[in-house]
Design a protein around this ligand. Structure first.
Ligand SMILES: Cc1cc2nc3c(=O)[nH]c(=O)nc-3n(C[C@H](O)[C@H](O)[C@H](O)COP(=O)(O)O)c2cc1C
Ligand SMILES: CCCCC(=O)C(=O)O
Length: 431
């Protein structure tokens, strides 16, 4: 499993075949295959797409501190997520309508995740029913929920998720409404006729299709149906519906993280929604340390947004994530080669992660701690802390020496405002 078998090839305009070696290679190949409006829906972000770029750039700001002369003949990236065994700390982020890029849709994606022993989070807005997805799954499955005004929908999705064997519910909390995504507005984005939100009843299937320039059918549907009045108090109602673990997706502050942990939420996903919701928020990777510090080991913390390399996974884990989710790269793999394409994207991330573990002298995830990272150049004199969820101290926080040898003063490891000065054009790889 550690080697990527038979890399795929994609045709080029001049008829040559190009090797697809990295998720970014799949990005280019997917772009060449997809309609412009579908490409824009997937690739795009909100507003000026600042957060879209910064989520990615945040990973580049950290550099690795490799340790040598460690036995790395066996590197094992396996862990558990809410008690379920996974073979790698990389799961599939919930994304709407995989059928936009490949006829096999969510079924292909979940089969690929199963083959990799990875977690899949299925979207409320899947084009395949949650039961069909569950039947195709061989790895752990969580269901992502958008809470709608019609509470009966949530009640019924929760019941169905329990019956179908989902192991957790992921409530997305950053989308009381859909942000203005100008690419979609320009394209008048709507779903093609054959793609429908089959997990919802027929009433929801109509409004998503129209599409006229200046409006996004998905945004209009969200404005009509998402419950923008859903609050912390209502979370207790979701809790009362089910014994399944609850995970909140889209938390970016210590205030919300502490409150969620205090309410007994089992997991948090630190996320900017891939730069698709509020533009101008802190990149997910930068919000991660404050969230990890605030939950004090009371729940598992994952992060998503901009993970494209095995070294990115390692950096997120070093900053305290238990695992990462990947979004767009999965759709790139799916667009290029269906299930096999998603398998290869996941296998590549795994191979890169194992390589990074070997070359940093961290053969197991419990050795991936904050000392693995140099602070970004502009954080050079900032103290560090060890929040590693895999650390032997098991979520405990203890003082560690700052990376420059001085004792750490700030156990939260928060970057200060001055630390967050940003980015150069070199960081912009997703224009
Ligand atoms: C095409 C697309 C559809 C998405 N649909 C959902 C969704 O239905 N529910 C949700 O919680 N997040 C959704 N997201 C956000 C992802 O779960 C995730 O936060 C984000 O894509 C991670 O960033 P990455 O794409 O850079 O890996 C979607 C993202 C994309 C790109
Ligand atoms: C109303 C949200 C639709 C799916 C989604 O979350 C996204 O496109 O980012």
């Amino acid at each position: 499993m550690s080697a990527v078998r038979a890399p795929a090839r994609a045709g080029t305009h001049d008829g040559r075949q190009e090797l697809l070696l990295s998720p970014t290679d799949y990005e280019a190949a997917a772009r060449a295959r997809l309609d412009r409006s579908v490409w824009d829906y997937i690739a795009g972000g909100s507003g000026d797409e600042v957060t879209l770029r910064e989520d990615r750039a945040a990973y580049r700001r950290y550099r690795l501190r490799p340790r040598t002369l460690v036995d790395v003949s066996h590197c094992r990236p396996g862990t558990t997520l809410l008690g379920a065994r996974v073979e790698l700390p990389v799961g599939i982020a919930p994304m709407a309508y995989h059928g936009l890029v490949h006829a096999d849709g969510e079924t292909a994606t979940v089969r690929a995740a199963g083959a990799a022993g990875a977690l899949t989070v299925t979207s409320t807005f899947a084009g395949t029913t949650l039961e069909e997805t569950a039947r195709a799954a061989t790895g752990p499955l969580w269901l992502q929920l958008y809470v709608m005004r019609d509470r009966e929908i949530t009640r019924s999705l929760v019941r169905r998720a329990e019956a179908a064997g989902y192991r957790a519910l992921v409530i997305t909390v950053d989308t009381p409404r859909m942000a203005r995504r100008e690419r979609d507005l320009r394209n008048g984005f709507g779903l093609p006729a054959h793609i429908r939100p089959v997990n919802l009843d027929g009433g929801h299937r109509a409004g998503l299709h129209p599409g006229r320039s200046g409006s996004s059918a998905l945004a209009e549907h969200a404005a009509q149906h998402h419950d923008a009045a859903f609050t912390w108090e209502d979370l207790a109602w979701v809790r009362s519906l089910t014994g399944l673990p609850l995970v909140l997706k889209g938390v970016l502050t210590e205030e919300d993280a502490g409150r969620a942990a205090g309410l007994g939420v089992e997991g948090l996903i630190v996320s900017t929604h891939g730069g698709r919701q509020l533009d101008g928020v802190v990149p997910a990777l930068e919000a991660l340390p404050e969230v990890v510090a605030a939950v004090r080991g009371r729940c598992e913390v994952l992060v998503d947004g901009g993970v494209r390399r095995g070294t990115d996974v390692l950096k997120a884990l070093a900053l305290g994530a238990r695992a990462v989710l990947v979004g767009r790269p999965v759709l790139w793999g799916l667009a290029v080669d269906g299930q096999a394409g998603v398998e290869r994207v996941l296998a590549t991330l795994r191979a890169e992660l194992e390589e990074a573990m070997a070359l940093t002298g961290r053969p197991r995830l419990d050795t991936v701690t904050r000392e693995l990272l140099h602070p970004p150049a502009d954080l050079a004199h900032h103290p560090a802390a060890d929040h590693g969820p895999h650390a032997a101290a098991d979520h405990g926080h203890h003082a560690v020496a700052g990376l420059d040898g001085r004792p750490a003063a700030d156990l939260a490891g928060h970057p200060t405002a001055a630390d967050l000065a940003y980015p150069t054009d070199d960081d912009r790889d997703m224009a």
